[in-house]
Design a protein around this ligand. Structure first.
Ligand code: NAD
Length: 250
């Protein structure tokens, strides 16, 4: 198998389960060294152990910076650059959702979603961009969602955060292109992870029945898109929000 990320160093937030874990595994299979971020040291370590049990050769380690704290992210990125000599790829994948109706929506839940889904992606981009510029280039990948195209009929904070991610992706792509830093996003459709099993069954069924490809996505479907965009196969692609959603139109 051709290893698309041979010699690359990557950091993946929310790498302990779901789409993030599948992305970490796919990057490792493709020859990258990967630092995965979890919200707790125990979950990060557990994911590392799972991967090492699959293949002891994998170069993977786990960290758990507080993604709401810029200084912790900057320190984590400095540590990675010090350890590996560079950081080629950052995948901003950690995200949370809340599907409450506006009448019950707690303002603090809105704040939490924006803090993790939007601010943390800005923080990692802000912290890594100078290093990527210095080393001659890099790739920043964000996680959007199909709801960034259509919105959704409840849970307004989540689509708001993903529309913001699209704006950040396109703007940073324009700003950082001259430094050979590509910035793209993947917009998953309904994907079979904990986040989706937490959705009300009615909403999940309604969304699923409208998918032309006739199934919900797998974490691997999304990881494959991240792999492509992270690799040199996508060397002339920046500022794109790649929908990976079976042509869903909900
Ligand atoms: P998940 O709930 O299975 O995993 C979320 C990850 O984020 C976990 O690794 C978790 O540790 C991390 N995380 C959560 N809160 C955190 C915090 N406060 N600090 C640090 N890390 C935290 O989610 P998933 O379904 O794999 O989703 C991953 C990304 O894909 C998210 O950005 C999500 O919005 C997006 N997405 C998912 C779907 C879907 O259908 N599953 C669809 C569209 C977009």
């Amino acid at each position: 198998m051709m290893k698309l990320l041979k010699g690359k160093v990557a950091m993946v937030t929310g790498g302990t389960r779901g789409i993030g874990l599948a992305t970490v595994r796919t990057f490792l299979e493709n020859g990258a060294s990967v630092v995965l971020c979890g919200s707790k040291p125990q979950t990060a370590e557990k994911a590392v152990q799972t991967l090492k049990a699959e293949n002891p050769e994998y170069d993977v380690c786990g960290i758990s910076p507080n993604l709401s704290n810029y200084q912790e992210i900057e320190n984590a990125i400095k540590d990675i650059v010090q350890k590996y000599g560079k950081l080629d790829i950052v995948v901003n994948n950690a995200g949370i959702s809340c599907s409450d109706k506006i009448y019950n929506y707690k303002p603090e839940d809105f704040d939490k979603i924006i803090k993790l889904n939007v601010n943390a992606s800005f923080y990692t981009s802000r912290a890594v961009a100078p290093f990527m510029k210095e080393q001659g280039g890099g790739v920043i990948l964000n996680t959007s969602s199909m709801v960034s195209v259509y919105g959704q009929p409840s849970g307004v904070g989540y689509p708001t955060s993903k529309f913001a991610i699209n704006g950040m992706t396109k703007s940073l792509a324009r700003e950082l292109a001259k430094d050979n830093i590509r910035v793209n996003a993947v917009a998953p459709g309904v994907t079979d992870t904990d986040m989706v099993s937490a959705l009300p069954a009615q909403l999940r069924e309604r969304i699923t029945s409208s998918i032309p490809l006739g199934r919900i996505g797998t974490p691997q479907d999304i990881a494959n898109a991240f792999l492509f965009l992270a690799s040199d196969l996508a060397s002339y692609i920046t500022g794109v929000v790649l929908q990976v959603d079976g042509c869903a139109m909900t």
